[in-house]
Write a protein that binds this ligand. Structure first.
Ligand SMILES: NC(=O)c1ccc[n+]([C@@H]2O[C@H](COP(=O)([O-])OP(=O)(O)OC[C@H]3O[C@@H](n4cnc5c(N)ncnc54)[C@H](OP(=O)(O)O)[C@@H]3O)[C@@H](O)[C@H]2O)c1
Length: 414
């Protein structure tokens, strides 16, 4: 990458709900003017970007001097002008399937590092097929899923496996992530991305096969393994002695973790099995809560299939693009995940991943920013891996160290 780039980091989509929180996180924790890196905000609408600068001045008086770049997701020239001026791009422009493809191509071709917070399997599959070789040739890292999908899962499993190697001299070949609790909310952008994926599936039935494939994101030369579909019902877990139910993000997180294993030449084992579930207390109350949640998910999926109920949900009940959980809700949110692994010799290991604010927005802004900063502030410590990567493959355990003491903790339990 040329040394002459004007910025270290640009946040594209800074005017959106999550983009604004990301800019806020940077302004509060690093400042607009710092001696470690330079950054700018980008988007399609100048007056919104100026308004955002006005908002950021509340957190850092220097925000008035924050540079702005104008780029439109379907205008390749404007994207190239942006990606050739910076070493790293963060993008929160979504739905990614709708707006994201050209920016990734522009980064891969211009040798610019890239981080996003997509959870859209179809988008990532296209991105891998289209950009892997170019990004590798141009020595840049294209890293999808740097938010709540899939940093806790991907780095949590890496952390568990590193501990397993140290303690037992071998990886855990059977790993389950239990979501103990989460508290937060949804933004309009997230809802829009979910609905957009549904629409794509309706238009092209073949895509359902891809979404249902547990190895949908694996390299073509390593396309399968022992895992089957994600949990779809309520089941009793004998090992943890709790009720379990489907976790909505398992569909992306498990694919990311399996891709990590494949890109690391089966470091977790060729027989590695991985799943993610919601966990509920044992007893009748836990069983009832698990079934109520399943029923709620079924009703939501049913409601978005029919135009009148979908219209009502979108226009009356759900947040619109640009909207999301209030600051109070974000500050009162949290997440707690427990990852349990067993080795071939039946030795068990547990690690937890906890965050002290809502996972989807405050937590995501933090995970995304600290992931991107690895490529600026820790670049000499990163593995020499390039292409379309997962967070664990691109950054190793560096984000875990960057996040420690900042409210997101990865911990090994004896
Ligand atoms: N992985 C996770 O944990 C996680 C968490 C949160 C969000 N997300 C994902 O992140 C994405 C953003 O969510 P959000 O709630 O922040 O969405 P949002 O508030 O709707 O923001 C979308 C952003 O994209 C920009 N944009 C839209 N069309 C554009 C175009 N043609 N050219 C340039 N910019 C364009 C918007 O610009 P304007 O302001 O000009 O409209 C806005 O800045 C979604 O895909 C969501 O699913 C993932």
């Amino acid at each position: 990458m040329g040394r002459s780039r004007k910025y270290d980091l640009v946040i594209m989509g800074a005017t959106g709900f999550t983009g604004r929180l990301t800019a806020e996180y940077l302004a509060v924790n690093y400042g607009v003017k710092n001696d470690q890196f330079t950054w700018a905000i980008a988007g399609r609408n100048k007056s919104r970007l100026l308004k955002l600068k006005g908002h950021l001045v509340r957190f850092d008086p220097d925000a008035g001097s924050l540079p702005i770049l104008i780029a439109e997701s379907s205008d390749r020239e404007s994207l190239d002008a942006m990606t050739s001026q910076t070493k790293v791009v963060i993008t929160t422009v979504g739905p990614y399937l709708k707006y994201g493809a050209d920016l990734v191509v522009s980064c891969a071709e211009n040798g610019t590092n890239y981080c996003d917070i997509t959870g859209e399997v179809l988008f990532i599959r296209n991105s891998i097929d289209r950009n892997f070789k170019t990004a590798r040739q141009n020595l840049c890292r294209i890293v999808h899923c740097c938010g709540f999908d899939s940093v806790p899962s991907d780095l949590g499993v890496l952390f568990l496996q590193d501990n397993s190697q140290k303690i037992y001299g071998m990886p855990c070949d059977h790993v389950t992530l239990y979501v103990r609790s989460t508290k937060g909310g949804f933004s309009g952008g997230t809802i829009d991305s979910m609905l957009n994926t549904r629409d794509q599936l309706r238009m092209d039935l073949k895509l359902r096969g891809l979404l249902g494939n547990p190895y949908a994101l694996n390299p073509k030369e390593d396309p399968s393994g022992p895992d089957e579909s994600d949990l779809r019902s309520v089941e009793w877990d004998h090992r943890m002695k709790c009720w379990t139910g489907p976790f909505v993000m398992a569909g992306i997180n498990t694919r990311v973790v399996r891709r990590t294993n494949a890109l690391l030449n089966n470091r977790y084992g060729a027989d590695f099995r991985y799943s993610e579930v919601l966990s509920f207390p044992n007893g009748a109350v836990g069983w009832m809560r698990a079934n109520l949640l399943l029923l709620g998910m079924g009703c939501f999926i049913g409601a978005i299939k029919f135009s009148p109920s979908r219209w009502l949900l979108q226009n009356i009940f759900l947040p619109k693009p640009g909207q999301g959980p209030s600051r109070k809700k974000r500050d009162n949110g949290h997440f707690h995940m427990m990852i349990e692994g067993t080795t071939k010799n039946n030795n068990a290991l547990r690690v937890s991943v906890k965050g002290d604010r809502d996972p989807g927005y405050a937590g995501t802004a933090q995970m995304l920013t600290e992931s991107a900063l690895c490529m600026i502030m820790n670049k000499d410590e990163l593995p020499d891996r390039y292409g379309v990567l997962t967070p664990a493959v691109a950054f190793g355990d560096t984000p875990i160290r960057r996040l420690a003491g900042k409210g997101i903790e990865f911990k090994h339990h004896e």
